[in-house]
Design a protein around this ligand. Structure first.
Ligand SMILES: C[S@@+](CC[C@H](N)C(=O)[O-])C[C@H]1O[C@@H](n2cnc3c(N)ncnc32)[C@H](O)[C@@H]1O
Length: 254
């Protein structure tokens, strides 16, 4: 019996894949992949394996493919966009496999919010602005615990990042303002970060909903609410300050 590999393949740009993920895809006998968010060039790396598109399958069918092939000692890859641990539904499959005596290995990938930060050339934590990143989603069919309501998270006025939520942007904005962000707080929406058709829409809590609606973005986007976006009022890092000493360098000020 072989292990099953849960592999992240990054946000879209086929070069944003780890060496480990690439090798596994090239060697795989069977790949179950997460539909349209897996770029074609990455699927083409799979030379000999059988590909299954998970978008048309239910949990039991996916499990069956993973289990039967791992039992036959095949190299089985469950390929996820971004990183498998972020909204990836891997735990139910890992637990199910474990119950049947099959181990799993997880290979991380570049998640969409990091590709979005890169597209924005942003630093998500800035001294003097915020030192915290909150990653969440707006509630829709999947419930979000009450204590994680957007208006509660907004109280921190940290960098607040949403997956799976751009279609609920007007609700996000309303709750973010209720929670404590000023209407002038910058917001960026990155659609298909790192893909060739990537779009960036920037605004504030006051005008972002209209701007995103005008661009007709309703899916596959990351929403970032934060004063770090295009900030001009941050402090410089301590680490590279010439007056600052640390384990690898003494202060350069006499
Ligand atoms: C089911 S989640 C999977 C997230 C994925 N595991 C990851 O780590 O990026 C799908 C959501 O991720 C976000 N997403 C995935 N790829 C994206 C990309 N290239 N650009 C912007 N958002 C993306 C969108 O919010 C989308 O609705």
């Amino acid at each position: 019996m072989s292990d099953v590999f849960f592999v992240g393949c990054g946000p879209g740009d086929p070069e944003l894949i780890t060496v480990k993920a690439k090798k596994l895809i090239q060697k795989a006998d069977v790949i179950v992949y997460s539909g349209s968010l897996i770029p074609e060039p990455i699927l083409k790396l799979c030379k000999k394996g059988k590909l299954h598109d998970a978008s048309g399958l239910v949990r039991e069918e996916i499990f069956d493919i993973l289990f039967k092939n791992a039992k036959k000692d095949k190299l089985v890859v469950r390929l996820h966009d971004g990183d498998p641990s972020i909204y990836g539904a891997i735990k139910e499959q890992i637990d199910n496999l474990k119950e049947k005596g099959i181990s799993s290995q997880v290979v991380p990938g570049v998640t969409a919010f990091l590709a979005s930060a890169a597209a924005l050339e942003s630093q998500l934590t800035l001294p003097g602005v915020t030192q915290t990143i909150i990653v969440t989603r707006a509630e829709s069919r999947t419930k979000v615990p009450k204590r994680e309501k957007i208006s509660e998270l907004a109280k921190h006025r940290a960098t607040l990042i949403f997956y799976l939520s751009v279609h609920l942007l007007s609700d996000i904005v309303k709750e973010a303002v209720e929670g404590g962000y000023k209407k002038s707080t910058p917001v960026a929406v990155v659609y298909r970060a790192s893909w060739k058709d990537q779009k960036i829409v920037k605004g504030t809590l006051k005008d972002i909903t209209k701007k995103v609606r005008d661009e007709k973005i309703t899916r596959t986007a990351i929403v970032i609410i934060s004063e770090v976006i295009d900030s001009t009022t941050y402090e410089f890092s301590k680490l590279y300050d010439k007056k600052f000493s640390h384990g690898y360098r003494k202060s350069k000020v006499k």
